[in-house]
Design a protein around this ligand. Structure first.
Ligand SMILES: Nc1nc2c(ncn2[C@@H]2O[C@H](COP(=O)(O)OP(=O)(O)OP(=O)(O)O)[C@@H](O)[C@H]2O)c(=O)[nH]1
Ligand SMILES: [Mg+2]
Length: 442
């Protein structure tokens, strides 16, 4: 969903990262690009305006100017402000102190309420909860059947009555049934309409009164863009929502709804639906979505892992070296060994943005082999060559190739990768660690 936006932001950041010092103009230019990218992604203009104001204030402040890696600092600020826009808290359901906890799902026709009711039930069942699903959509008999079928698939009981019984009564009876079954969560599917209208709101208000739900979640189709945002505002004004579930996040919409809805409506996003299957529901983590949008994949997890392995002192020394003398192949080798200590390369590579695709094309074990090869080459060099690879000419190359059992071209390739990595390292050691890895598999 966020590919285009991700792509555009990636370009802006690469440009920023390639500069040592940033002038005010560099920052303004970058911000203009970020703003355009967000508007093109259909993000609400007020959200864009607010967001860029916050980022500008911080980007022009001391935090960035005093930093040795201003490009990185700006990415960090964008990431943090993006998280703030998405709502800093991860999505969680409020449980009632007196079970059962009641979740009421509302939304327009076709937004995914019935599917989401089943998904949510499965999600809670996985964490050991006892569920009751309630078919309170009596607008058409098929809607009741749909939930009953889903309940059967999941082996979760569904409370239903005939479609002539008013929803309000169905709900009252369902609560009694939940107590009888000792269910601690009740999930209620309600009827949707094509448009918000009085009849719909009146019915929802009645059902709400009957249920006294702990959560009233609006199910919105993320594919509908800014309509979804307006919908959330309107529903919230009428029935006081406690949260949002964005469905069809697996679709190819531009992502504007997801990015605007929290900020505009003030209602937190609690879950996202990412497919038609019943396990395609995820709790909403603003930080994860932000890093996905910034094209950082699971880099944060990766950096944490790397930091844990890479001892603090070693990292500092390396950073100092990069800023003064530059990095040599000895450092490259020690970094390589650190990476090896971090575990199976394939698993690490999967966490890296863009690389997982590449890794998918490599035959199993290739990365490890590649690492061994690089290690052999560097070990066949003299300390002088490792420190200053520029002196490696034709005859030295042949000698190293013989010593490590590779072709002279392999040495060229390694040296090219090393130069690329050197450039990246100059932009900041820690944040760029994952990219160094990438360089080696190119
Ligand atoms: N790709 C995708 N499809 C979804 C998702 N959630 C729901 N759907 C599909 O959206 C369609 C409508 O889903 P329903 O759950 O029937 O929607 P509803 O809100 O209950 O609809 P009404 O009861 O008619 O108001 C179905 O085809 C679902 O499979 C999702 O996260 N991703
Ligand atoms: Mg339905």
């Amino acid at each position: 969903m966020f590919e285009i936006l991700s792509d555009k932001l990636g370009k802006v950041f690469r440009l920023l990262g390639s500069k040592g010092r940033l002038s005010e103009k560099d920052i303004e230019d970058a911000l203009r690009q970020v703003r355009l990218a967000l508007l093109e992604a259909d993000v609400n203009f007020k959200v864009v305006k607010d967001f860029t104001t916050r980022v500008r204030e911080r980007a022009l402040g001391a935090e960035v100017r005093q930093s040795l890696t201003p490009g990185q600092q700006i990415i960090k600020i964008v990431n943090e402000e993006l998280i703030a826009t998405l709502g800093s808290e991860p999505g969680r359901l409020a449980a009632s102190p007196q079970p059962p906890s009641v979740v009421m799902l509302v939304g327009l026709q076709g937004s995914g309420k019935t599917t989401t009711a089943a998904k949510l039930a499965l999600h809670l069942k996985h964490s050991g909860q006892r569920l009751l699903l309630v078919a309170a959509d009596n607008r058409r008999p098929a809607a009741i059947e749909q939930l009953v079928i889903l309940g059967k698939q999941l082996d979760i009981p569904v409370y239903r009555e005939g479609s002539e019984v008013p929803s309000k009564e169905v709900c009252a009876h369902a609560l009694a049934e939940a107590k009888a079954l000792a269910a601690n969560w009740v999930i209620v599917d309600t009827a949707g309409r094509l448009h918000i209208d009085e009849a719909m709101m009146a019915e929802l208000t009645q059902v709400k009164k009957e249920l006294a739900p702990d959560e009233i979640l609006l199910v919105v189709d993320a594919m509908t863009g800014q309509d979804a945002v307006r919908m959330a505002e309107e529903f919230h004004a009428r029935v006081s929502l406690t949260g949002l579930i964005l469905t069809k996040m697996d679709g190819d919409a531009r992502g504007g709804a997801a990015l605007s809805i929290r900020w505009v409506s003030g209602v937190p996003i609690k879950f996202i639906g990412i497919g038609e299957k019943l396990d395609a529901l995820e709790p909403f983590y603003p930080d994860r979505l932000a890093s996905r949008i910034l094209g950082m994949g699971d880099v944060l997890t990766f950096i944490e892992k790397a930091e844990a392995t890479f001892d603090e002192q070693q990292a500092k020394e390396l950073q100092k070296k990069v800023q003064t003398a530059g990095l040599d192949l000895e450092d490259f080798l020690s970094q390589l060994r650190t990476i090896k200590r971090m575990g199976p390369v394939a698993q690490l590579v999967e966490m890296l943005p863009g690389v997982s695709q590449l890794a998918g094309r490599l035959p199993e074990g290739t990365e490890e082999k590649q690492l061994k090869k690089i290690e052999a080459i560097i070990l066949s060099m003299t300390p002088e060559e490792r420190h200053n690879p520029n002196i490696i000419g034709g005859s030295r190359r042949r000698r190293i190739a013989r010593g490590s059992g590779v072709k002279p071209q392999d040495i060229n390739q390694l040296l090219n990768q090393f130069h690329q990595m050197q450039k990246l390292m100059k932009m900041g050691v820690r944040g760029k660690l994952p990219r160094n890895l990438m360089g080696m598999f190119r």
